[in-house]
Design a protein around this ligand. Structure first.
Ligand code: NAD
Length: 261
């Protein structure tokens, strides 16, 4: 059997894809031929321009749909508005760092809603579409923090462990169908989310930016290098290929060896 990496004719919906990993995945899936639907909670000209750039660069259909992934009804509406969803990438995510007694309850609720509950809502609407189409891929963007823990990231770590559990359940509910569900677990990738943590960490440890990157962040990553958004996109494209037909219910770490330690 020849392996097929061509995603022409498929449509991918990627939540939280106007920056970072989500945008990187959208670009790589489009390069593999998939039409893409970008999303975030904003609705700026720049958001729509990103979709236009992808369409121009890869010759696929690309559009941007505003929907707030902290709200269950908007998560469901995103998939309805997309109309087709062969590939669902649950990627939207936020982060907050604080010890549990000081962790604002509203931040806990927002992180659980955006990083975990949104994937439940989108999957609930996407699965019937995939069943109708006779093919589907659900890819949840978890984290090395979905498999390990560290202090002060309680909500993020709970949400990422939760999405690994949701991934396995989705895989078992679709196991006898041509639908797979997997989680990608990135280590550190230098996106706006990680950039936003650097100033506070510099203050906390009284370190330079270079030292925070080298001695705090990449200390956890044996490769001593950031992973890239292109590598996340390539991993998603691999899972969408026929090479991925029997890969379901698993986590794929793209973390430079973090979780091997
Ligand atoms: P990012 O900040 O660049 O991207 C986050 C995306 O989520 C953005 O597009 C943002 O607009 C969107 N988003 C935030 N709130 C939203 C909401 N309410 N509704 C819709 N969209 C919303 O950060 P990133 O690093 O690219 O993160 C993407 C995913 O990868 C997240 O789930 C994150 O937890 C995960 N991740 C990132 C890293 C890393 O090192 N960067 C590591 C492990 C996991």
């Amino acid at each position: 059997m020849a392996l097929i990496y061509d995603l022409s004719g498929k449509t991918a919906v990627i939540t939280g894809s106007n920056s970072g990993i989500g945008l990187g995945i959208a670009q790589q899936l489009a390069k593999a031929g998939a039409n893409v639907v970008l999303n975030s909670f904003t609705n700026n000209d720049e958001d729509h321009a990103l979709a236009e750039e992808i369409a121009k660069a890869s010759g696929v259909k690309a559009r941007y749909i505003q929907a707030d992934m902290s709200k269950g009804d908007e998560c469901r509406q995103l998939i309805e508005d997309a109309g087709v969803c062969d590939i669902l990438i649950n990627n939207a995510g936020i982060q907050h760092v604080a010890p549990i007694p000081d962790f604002p309850a509203a931040k806990w609720d927002a992180i659980i809603a955006i990083n975990l509950s949104s994937a439940f809502h989108t999957t609930a609407v996407a699965l019937p579409m995939m069943r109708k189409a006779g093919w589907g891929r659900v890819i949840n963007i978890a984290s090395a923090h979905g498999l390990t823990a560290s202090p002060y990231k309680s909500a993020y770590i709970a949400a990422k462990h939760g999405i690994v559990g949701l991934t396995k359940t989705t895989a078992l509910e679709t196991a006898e169908e041509p639908i797979t569900a997997n989680a990608i677990c990135p280590g550190y990738v230098l996106t706006p989310l990680v950039e936003s943590q650097i100033p506070d960490t510099m203050k906390e440890y009284d370190m330079s930016r270079e030292d925070v990157i080298k001695n705090v962040m990449l200390k956890r990553q044996p490769s001593k290098e950031f992973a890239t958004v292109e590598q996340m996109g390539g991993t998603a494209a691999f899972l969408c290929s026929t090479a991925g037909d029997q890969i379901t219910g698993t986590t794929i770490s793209v973390d430079g060896g973090w979780t091997a330690l």
